[in-house]
Write a protein that binds this ligand. Structure first.
Ligand SMILES: Cc1ncc(C[n+]2csc(CCOP(=O)(O)OP(=O)(O)O)c2C)c(N)n1
Ligand SMILES: [Mg+2]
Length: 640
């Protein structure tokens, strides 16, 4: 077919998005499950009008969902994309100015976690005839700058459509990036308010159904040989499984490879669930919030095989986790930036394809029996630690680990636990018994307070056949609970477990450890005598707050009531339910035998800080640059 069709820019965007698909392994799905939005003068008459016409013509084409906060709608989209292994996502439309810049934090989160989301911030008039418009920032150095330029560093693709003719290339460029596993993240197309409403004659083929093939890059044979040469020379190899294992749906291949070779697996936050927790070669979490099983084996490992990991500081314990002087790295990753980290042998490939290649090469090869046995024993030891933490019987208020234990036990294996910031991500990483590759969803690339509830909504939309347990601290709840209202209005069931501890358990403990005496980390009245924020507890009632939003709320006192309420929450249908529990913020999860680099003041008046600095300086000594070339050090011995 040829010819043109006359539509506004906004309608062209909506019609185009409704016709995009992805395909991987022969399975085809829509790239966009819908569009989240909040309207204002920047988009109400442009994208808003286009979405209305689309909904009236075909409500399934690009369903519109009204969010309550723009940051939250980007989180929901990213969470949805993560749940769908990055094959389907949402578009997000926001009004000019604050509506758009509210999406910046969501954009950074999506890009850091490599999760595809399409952002459509509205922009100032292209014609500038009405400038400065409401909410326009005027840059005295150049009139083509707007607040949306702030999206550039946090997006993996950015374009601004000053003229309708630029739209097709911008759309195609954004789709290319969204569907490229190595480069995906937030793709942003800024749409000036006047351009959205402008008409243009579009070539009809712009709106043809299009399929974006999400590639599984095979390993280049020489790269695979080099990688295998390093691995087979190892006596104490260890796999670090990252999010890439799960996005590539490579968990069965990982399991087959490790069962054949006996190589044990430590998991990052995004990679947790790569193996079920009770697999004999599953060491569980690795790094600063890791298990003693993974961290002890990491300390001794002579070859570390990273699969789909960014090696964040939490994974490497700020480069102290891998302590063998001759340790070498092999990195399987679709992204060159990660494949080349720690001077490793790079395998630029899809995780599943690379694992299959390695499995072929590894025929008949295995670690020593004693090494397999050590992994099994250390894992079993950690599991006893978990069991103890789950059943502490702490009083009068329960410990957080008991709350985690109850949720783990009373949820179904396929249900999803969600978290992002506070003390719970670390505790979950250590303690959650993962039974399904998609059962653990902790956002720890950006660790963004406020992701929890919004993310939970996105996950529930992506997987309506699973229950979603959102673990939310009181701090995160206060930061952003707005999408509870979206869940009420859309009838989306999430179970929010609100852990009330009157402030920051996480940063409080960190502050104390670093000599800063929990300063400013508790929610308290300002004391009129001391003039400091160390007065009595605030009369805050977050359960009442949730109730006022239309959420079904179950208040609990103690772990037994909490368990009973969880069962009620499980049976609840339609809409969100919140279980409120108060915990003791002074009970810590079991020790990781690990470290995290958070700089301490080198000079101070406070003795607590002076002491903390001494400990800090000792740990700094153990930090490793990991710059020795893995191939040059094939036969070990050199320090890296
Ligand atoms: C948006 C954002 N602001 C600040 C931080 C830094 N931060 C990390 S955890 C935390 C406190 C979280 O409190 P809460 O949700 O109550 O969890 P708790 O620490 O009590 O477990 C803060 C302020 C963050 N991660 N995200
Ligand atoms: Mg708290």
């Amino acid at each position: 077919m040829s010819g043109t069709v006359r539509l506004t820019v906004a309608r062209a965007v909506v019609r185009f998005l409704a016709n995009q698909h992805t395909e991987r392994d022969g399975q085809r799905q829509r790239l966009f499950a819908g569009c989240f939005g909040i309207f204002g003068h920047g988009n109400v008459a442009g994208v808003g009008q286009a979405l209305l016409e689309a909904e009236l013509a075909d409500p399934t084409a690009l369903p519109y969902h009204l969010a309550r906060n723009e940051q939250a709608m980007v989180h929901a989209s990213a969470a949805y994309a993560r749940m769908r292994n990055r094959l389907t996502t949402f578009a997000c439309t926001a009004s000019i100015g604050p509506g758009s810049t509210n999406m910046l934090t969501g954009a950074a989160l999506a890009t850091i976690n490599r999760l595809p989301v399409l952002l459509l911030p509205s922009d100032i008039f292209a014609t500038r005839v009405s400038s400065p418009v409401l909410q326009e920032l005027e840059d005295p150095h150049g009139y083509d700058v707007s607040v949306n330029d702030a999206f550039r560093p946090v997006s993996t693709f950015f374009d601004r459509v000053w003229r309708p003719e630029q739209l097709p290339a911008a759309l195609l460029g954004a789709m290319r990036v969204l569907t490229d596993p190595a480069n995906t993240g937030a793709a942003t197309i800024a749409l000036p308010q006047d351009v959205q409403a402008e008409a243009h004659d579009w070539p009809v083929e712009l709106f043809d159904e299009r399929v974006w093939h999400v590639v599984r890059t095979p390993p280049e044979p020489d790269q695979l040989t080099r990688a295998w040469d390093v691995i087979r020379s190892a006596e104490r190899p260890l796999i670090v499984a990252g999010g890439g294992v799960i996005y590539a749906e490579a968990t069965d291949d990982l399991r087959a490879f490790v069962e054949a070779t006996g190589i044990p697996v430590g998991e990052t936050q995004a990679g947790k669930g790569s193996l079920p927790y009770d697999h004999p070669l599953a060491l569980g979490a690795i790094g600063s919030t890791g298990t003693t099983a993974a961290n002890r084996m990491a300390r001794e490992a002579d070859v570390v095989i990273g699969i789909g990991t960014r090696y964040s500081d939490f994974t490497t314990a700020s480069r102290t986790a891998f302590a063998d002087p001759g340790v070498r790295f092999v990195n399987i990753n679709v992204a060159p930036i990660d494949a080349h980290k720690h001077a490793g042998v790079a395998v630029l490939a899809d995780g599943r394809e690379a694992l299959r290649g390695l499995a072929d090469a590894a025929q008949g090869w295995s670690v020593a029996d004693g090494y397999r046995a050590r992994a099994r024993e250390l894992s079993a030891e950690w599991d006893r630690t978990v069991e103890h933490a789950y059943t502490l019987g702490h009083g009068p208020l329960p410990a957080q680990s008991e709350v985690i234990g109850a949720v783990n036990e009373l949820s179904d294996p396929r249900d999803v636990v969600v978290c992002a910031a506070g003390s719970m991500p670390g505790d979950l990483h250590k303690l959650w018994r993962t039974r399904d590759p998609k059962g653990y969803h902790v956002e720890y690339g950006y660790s963004c307070m406020g992701y929890e509830i919004a993310g939970g909504v996105g996950i529930a939309m992506a997987a309506p056949d699973r229950d979603v347990y959102v673990m939310c601290g009181d701090g995160s709840y206060l930061m952003m609970s707005s999408e509870l209202v979206t869940a009420v209005s859309e009838g989306i069931k999430i179970v929010v477990v609100l852990v009330q501890n009157h402030g920051f358990h996480s940063i409080g403990a960190l502050s104390e450890e670093l000599g800063s005496q929990r300063f400013g980390t508790r929610y308290r009245y300002r004391d009129p005598d001391s003039g400091r924020l160390d007065g009595g507890k605030l009369p805050i009632d977050l359960a009442a707050n949730a109730e006022s939003l239309g959420v079904t709320v179950l208040r609990t006192d103690g772990i037994d009531e909490f368990r009973a309420a969880l069962t009620d929450a499980k049976n609840h249908t339609g809409g969100p339910v919140l279980v409120h529990v108060e915990t003791d913020p002074l009970v810590h999860a079991p020790d990781s035998e690990s470290w995290w680099d958070v700089p301490v003041s080198e000079v101070a008046e406070l003795d607590s800080t002076i002491q903390a600095y001494k400990t800090y300086a000792e740990h700094k000594q153990r930090q490793r640059p990991h710059i020795a070339d893995a191939e040059a050090n094939q036969h070990g011995g050199q320090t890296s």
